[in-house]
Design a protein around this ligand. Structure first.
Ligand SMILES: NC(=O)c1ccc[n+]([C@@H]2O[C@H](COP(=O)([O-])OP(=O)(O)OC[C@H]3O[C@@H](n4cnc5c(N)ncnc54)[C@H](OP(=O)(O)O)[C@@H]3O)[C@@H](O)[C@H]2O)c1
Length: 160
């Protein structure tokens, strides 16, 4: 389910040899296909489209979309609710028995891989879609835009 975080997750899953079906809009569709994912649109009928592509339920579903009432559909792509994980729709997750990653204390993090993915990004083997790059001196402007809550505001600060 492809926002910026989903875009990153797609690359990680492909790197580990998984077959990836990404449900996404037009913004990232071509880039995701280029990476090797199969792509279908989000919105009504997600479960049917994904199951048809997969030939049945998928092994794991990762909901990285902004909250959009799509979690009940996403759950229908897997055999059991605990095979789905959301990082945005925590209220529905608790109703449906879906796992969730809220970013709060007590959740497992794998910070030790950040260096590895940073090196891969420097070598051109990993990327995040960026809305813009700012010189370090303009950090305040970048922070305000990043915190504005508008979608797709992934920015990089350039340290000279
Ligand atoms: N739990 C945590 O630790 C954690 C950490 C980071 C973010 N989050 C949450 O995760 C969610 C995503 O964050 P983000 O920063 O990655 O978002 P983002 O990149 O700003 O999301 C915007 C993108 O999501 C796509 N999108 C919108 N609705 C969708 C849907 N129903 N299915 C699939 N794609 C959809 C849009 O595609 P189109 O433009 O093509 O329409 C758009 O490109 C947010 O709710 C955020 O709060 C949680």
């Amino acid at each position: 389910m492809t926002s910026a975080v989903g875009y990153a997750a797609t690359q990680i899953a492909l790197r580990y040899g998984a077959r990836v079906i990404a449900t996404t809009g037009t913004t990232h569709a071509d880039a995701l296909r280029g990476l090797g994912a199969e792509v279908t649109g989000y919105g009504e009928g997600i479960a049917e489209r994904v199951r048809e592509l997969a030939g049945g339920p998928v092994a794991l579903a990762f909901d990285a979309a902004p909250v959009s009432n799509s979690l009940p559909e996403i759950v229908r792509t897997v055999a059991n609710p605990e095979d789905a994980l959301t990082m945005s729709d925590f209220a529905t997750a608790q109703e449906l028995g879906v796992r969730f990653q809220s970013g709060e204390e007590g959740h497992e993090y794998h910070h030790h891989v950040l260096g590895e993915y940073g090196r891969m990004a420097a070598d051109g083997h990993f990327s995040i879609p960026l809305a813009g790059t700012y010189p370090l001196e303009q950090w305040r402007e970048a922070a305000e835009l990043s915190m504005s809550g508008k979608p797709g505001r992934k920015l990089a600060l350039q340290v000279r």
